[in-house]
Design a protein around this ligand. Structure first.
Ligand SMILES: [Fe+2]
Ligand SMILES: [Fe+2]
Length: 432
C-alpha cells in the first residue's frame, strides 16, 4: 500500500461522516460507533493487519527480528497484575485534607479515604474512579484539561476500620490535544505572546462576544499544543534514526512535523478570527528534552502514549468537533486536523508494529501500560456547550468520547496487533 493510498484510505475513513456545514445536535458529535469503527479500521489497515494489504511486508516481517523471550501467548498478559502490593501495610502519610490545606496535593503520597461499601463487603482492592472523585471533591480540579491521577502505592489500609483508605501517589495528568511534547512526564508548550507570524489569516468576526472569547482561549491552548507537536515530531525523527527505523517511518514523521506547523498556524488563525488579536508562541524551552541515550523501549512507550493514544483521540475529537462546528472558516480547519491526526495516529501504530517486531519482549509491557492507564481522563468541569459552534467540545462530551475511542478504537487496534505479533513470533520460532 503506497503512502498515497494510505492517505486516501484514512481520508475516506474520517471524511465519510456528516459534513461541517450540516447542523447537528449536541448529542451527535461524530463519536458514533460507526465513525469510530472507521477510525479503528484505518489503524488496523495502516498496521498491515488486513490480509489484502501489503504494508506488513513493506515494514518487514517479524521473523527477521530479534524475538526476545516470548514463546507462548499465555505468557504475555493483557496487562499487569499488581495485586501483590495489596498485602502491604500502608505507612503513615499525609491525609488528603491536610495536603489540601498545605497546598501540596500532587507533590507526593497522600492517604485518600472513601466510605465503606454499603453492603458490608470488604474494601475493594483499588477503586480508582472513586478515589479520583474523592480527590476532585476535596482538592478541586487541578487546572483546565488536567485531572488528578491517583497512582496506587498500597491499600486498603488494614489499620483503619471506619473507611476504605489507600495511599496514593497523586500526579497531575493534563490532556494535550494531539501529540504532546513531553519532558520528564509533563507536556511542555511555549508561552502565548502577542502578535505573530504564526497566525494564518482567515478574517476576524465582526463582533466580539463572551462565547468567542472563551472559545478563543480554548483555541489558544490548542494552538500551543499544535506548536509543541512540531517539536515532538522533530524529536521523534531523531529517535527513529537512533533506533534504526526504516525510511518510511522517518519520512512519515517529517511529513507529520510539517502538518503540525500547518495546524499551529491554522489554530492561531482561529484565535485571531475569534478574538481579533494576533497571538502566537514564544520560545519553546528545550532543556532536558533530548535524552542522552535513546532506547527502543523508551521510544515505544513514548509513542504509545503520545501517538497511539493521544493522536487517535485527537483525530476523533477533531472529527467530532467538525461535525458540530458552525463557523465556515473554523470547520475546514477541524476537518483537516481530523484527517492529519488520523494519519499521525496510523504512523504511531505502524512504528509500534515495527518496534515490537524488533523486540517482542516489549509486547507485555505495552499491554500492561494500556491496562494500567485506561482511557485518558479529561476534566469534566464547567461544561460550556455554546463553544461547540466554534469547534470546541466541552469536558463531558470529550470525556465520553475518550471512553468510546478507548473501547472502540485503541483497545481493539492493540488486540489485533498483539495477536498478529504473537502469531508471527510463534511462526518464526517453529520455523527456526
Ligand atoms: Fe496536530
Ligand atoms: Fe498530530
Amino acid at each position: 500500500m503506497s503512502s498515497r493510498e494510505l492517505h486516501d484510505f484514512l481520508r475516506e475513513s474520517t471524511d465519510s461522516g456528516p459534513s461541517c456545514a450540516t447542523a447537528h445536535s449536541a448529542g451527535d458529535v461524530g463519536s458514533s460507533v460507526p465513525a469510530l469503527q472507521r477510525l479503528r479500521a484505518g489503524l488496523i489497515h495502516a498496521m498491515g493487519l488486513a490480509p489484502s494489504l501489503a504494508l506488513a511486508a513493506a515494514l518487514g516481517a517479524c521473523v527477521g527480528g530479534d524475538k526476545g523471550a516470548v514463546d507462548d501467548e499465555d505468557e504475555v498478559p493483557w496487562g499487569g497484575d499488581d495485586t501483590g502490593e495489596l498485602a502491604r501495610v500502608c505507612g503513615d502519610v499525609t491525609e488528603l485534607e491536610e495536603a489540601v490545606e498545605a497546598g501540596s496535593v500532587g507533590e507526593g503520597e497522600v492517604l485518600v479515604c472513601i466510605d465503606l461499601p454499603s453492603d458490608g463487603a470488604d474494601c475493594p482492592p483499588w477503586p480508582e474512579d472513586a478515589l479520583r472523585e474523592q480527590l476532585w471533591e476535596v482538592a478541586g480540579a487541578p487546572a483546565t484539561d488536567c485531572v488528578w491521577h491517583p497512582d496506587k502505592v498500597c491499600g486498603p489500609e488494614t489499620g483503619i476500620q471506619d473507611a476504605c483508605c489507600y495511599v496514593a501517589d497523586i500526579l497531575v495528568e493534563c490532556w494535550s490535544e494531539g501529540r504532546p511534547f513531553t519532558v520528564d512526564g509533563e507536556a511542555r508548550t511555549a508561552c502565548l505572546v502577542d502578535g505573530s507570524s504564526w497566525s494564518s489569516a482567515m478574517g476576524t468576526l465582526p463582533t466580539l462576544t463572551d462565547v468567542q472569547v472563551r472559545a478563543a482561549e480554548g483555541w489558544a491552548e490548542a494552538a500551543l499544543a499544535e506548536h509543541a507537536s512540531v517539536a515532538s515530531f522533530g524529536r521523534f525523527v531523531l529517535e527513529l534514526m537512533a533506533v534504526g527505523a526504516p525510511p518510511e517511518l522517518v519520512a512519515g514523521a517529517t511529513r507529520a512535523m510539517a502538518d503540525e506547523i500547518a495546524h499551529a498556524r491554522l489554530a492561531f488563525g482561529v484565535v485571531e478570527r475569534l478574538s481579533g488579536q494576533a497571538r502566537g508562541p514564544g520560545a519553546l524551552p528545550l532543556a532536558g528534552a533530548l535524552p542522552e541515550h535513546v532506547t527502543l523501549r523508551d521510544v515505544v512507550m513514548g509513542t504509545l502514549a503520545e501517538g497511539c493514544v493521544n493522536e487517535t483521540l485527537a483525530a476523533a475529537e477533531a472529527r467530532a468537533a467538525a461535525s458540530v462546528c458552525q463557523d465556515p472558516q473554523i470547520c475546514p480547519v477541524l476537518e483537516r486536523i481530523a484527517v492529519d491526526e488520523a494519519e499521525h495516529s496510523a504512523l504511531a501504530w505502524r512504528f509500534l508494529r515495527w518496534a515490537l517486531c524488533q523486540d517482542p519482549s516489549l509486547i507485555a509491557e505495552v499491554g500492561a501500560w494500556l491496562t494500567a492507564h485506561g482511557a485518558p481522563t479529561i476534566n469534566k468541569a464547567d461544561p460550556d456547550p455554546a463553544l461547540a459552534a466554534f469547534g470546541r467540545l466541552d469536558g463531558p462530551t470529550r470525556a465520553g468520547l475518550a471512553e468510546s475511542v478507548w473501547s472502540h478504537v485503541i483497545l481493539p487496534a492493540w488486540d489485533a496487533l498483539r495477536h498478529d505479533l504473537l502469531a508471527e513470533v510463534r511462526d518464526g520460532a517453529s520455523a527456526a
